[in-house]
Design a protein around this ligand. Structure first.
Ligand SMILES: *Cc1c(COP(=O)(O)O)cnc(C)c1O
Length: 460
């Protein structure tokens, strides 16, 4: 039952995976992960692989933390579940809410718990509309998001997100959600400095608000750094200008920090690094380092005051809102982040070191651009390098060069994700300088292998 072929056969026979082409999966068989320790994974064939993606942007404290399993075990024995409807509560949920308030920016004093990041964003859609109803401005219902954003996979999450491939399936989505362009300097910045482009890209929000009529707009939502869209790091002028525009029209600013929260960018929340003061923050992933599912919404005072003082019942919530075992896992995870100063380490030591070492990959013949922010990083694979990043000649989008490269990453014992021809990482925050050297060495070897393969195929 535990041999790889048997697992793969049962897997493709019965397990429908997220975002997966099942016909292709059945042909090759899934890679079976069986163990994790620190920054490494082992598959069922005994291969040891450096996990450059922290699972799925979430295992911030690394794998194999026994204090996490101890905390979860203790809570399961004490009280495995109780709901928080009907005027009841539980101790870990209360303790976690109080701790989240401590580690989050000062405008946050309330937390709404969910089971995932998608549910957090669903909650935000209902909460911002409820807020404007309570403010006697129910016509303010439109939420502005961005193309190529990722906000989850529930119907509201997919509608908020800007993924063309998701919008093309299973529609129509939630009404009253519109999208503006993303602040990708490589995509839209030709002829401008980064700072100029940041202001111009934020200006698209102002333009759209005026088109829609400011009195119809409820909120703007964005990831401080876009994750699944390909680690799109905005120019530093972008977010402060977005804040200014939101303030000008009185619309709510929502930061989806499902990836950026809990130290990913070298700050507790990405909003702090970007210099903005959001009204709501969606979180998940790093809150438990993925050990147990948990998500939620940090609710700023502006919204919380209205909801709690004028709101009466907010008819919204989940069976697992404030799940005691998930909250116990989050408490221990945050204790580890604090005690080991993992956020500070990324900010001051390993983040800058990664920037230097990963950035040096731009010398490689296949790499047109490479950058990082804290512990997220991405590089662009290009056919031919030009004098500036805007003169690079890219591969034909249908060539699948990113997927070829991803295969060689695996073969070299490193997990790197491909988003088109952009290769991205988000390593565990515990990664040391030596491990960064090892990771970048493996990436370089895989890039060499990819280059050789493309030459063999006559694609260069
Ligand atoms: C992963 C992710 C989500 C969705 O979280 P799930 O837990 O998968 O529902 C939402 N927003 C961002 C930015 C994400 O990266």
């Amino acid at each position: 039952m535990t041999d790889t072929r048997t697992i793969q056969r049962l897997d493709s026979a019965h397990f429908l995976h997220p975002f997966t082409d099942h016909k292709a999966l059945a042909e090759h068989g899934a890679r079976v992960m069986v163990k994790g320790e620190g920054i490494y994974l082992w598959d069922s064939e005994g291969n040891k692989i450096l996990d450059g993606m922290s699972g799925l942007w979430c295992v911030n404290i690394g794998y194999g933390r026994t204090s996490m399993s101890d905390a979860v075990y203790r809570q399961m024995q004490q009280l495995p579940f109780y709901n928080s409807f009907f005027n009841t509560t539980n101790v870990p949920a209360v303790q976690l809410a109080a701790l989240l308030v401590q580690v989050s920016p000062p405008q946050f004093n309330h937390v709404f718990f969910t089971g995932s990041g998608s549910e957090a964003n669903d909650t935000i859609v209902r909460m911002v509309r409820r807020y404007w109803e309570l403010q006697a401005q129910p016509e303010r219902h439109i939420i502005i998001s961005r193309k190529n954003a990722y906000h989850g996979s529930t119907i509201a999450g997919a509608s908020l997100g800007g993924m063309a491939g998701m919008h093309a399936q299973g529609g129509p989505g939630v009404p009253g959600i519109v999208h503006i362009g993303q602040p990708s300097y490589l995509e839209g910045g030709a002829g401008m400095s980064e700072d100029e482009f940041g202001i111009a890209a934020a200006g698209w929000l102002d333009e759209r608000i005026r088109e829609l009529g400011p009195d119809n707009v409820a909120a703007f939502i964005g990831e401080p750094v876009q994750g699944a869209g390909g680690v799109i790091i905005p120019p530093k002028t972008y977010w402060p200008e977005i804040q200014r525009i939101c303030d000008k029209y009185g619309i709510l600013l929502v930061a989806d920090e499902v990836i950026c929260g809990f130290g990913r960018l070298g700050s507790w929340f990405g909003s702090e690094l970007m210099g903005i003061k959001p009204d709501l923050i969606a979180f998940a992933k790093g809150v438990t380092s993925g050990y147990i599912p948990l998500g939620g919404v940090l609710v700023g005072d502006r919204v919380a005051t209205v909801l709690t003082e004028k709101g009466g019942d907010f008819n919204h919530g989940f069976t697992y809102s404030g799940h005691p075992v998930a909250c116990a896992a989050a408490l221990e995870n945050i204790r580890i982040l604090i005690d080991e100063d993992l956020v500070g380490k990324v900010a001051r030591d390993t983040g800058p070191y990664l920037k230097e070492k990963f950035g040096a990959l731009r010398e490689h013949a296949l790499v047109g651009h490479a950058d990082s922010c804290g512990f997220v990083a991405g590089l662009n694979l290009v056919h031919t390098k030009g004098a500036t990043v805007f003169d690079n000649i890219v591969f034909d989008g249908d060539d699948g060069v990113g997927m070829i490269c991803r295969g060689y990453m695996f073969a070299n014992g490193i997990i790197m994700r491909a988003v088109g021809d952009r290769m991205i990482i988000a390593p565990p925050l515990v990664m040391t300088r030596d491990e960064i050297d090892e990771m970048v060495g493996r990436i370089r070897a895989a890039l060499d292998d990819t280059l050789a393969e493309l030459k063999r195929r006559g694609m260069l």
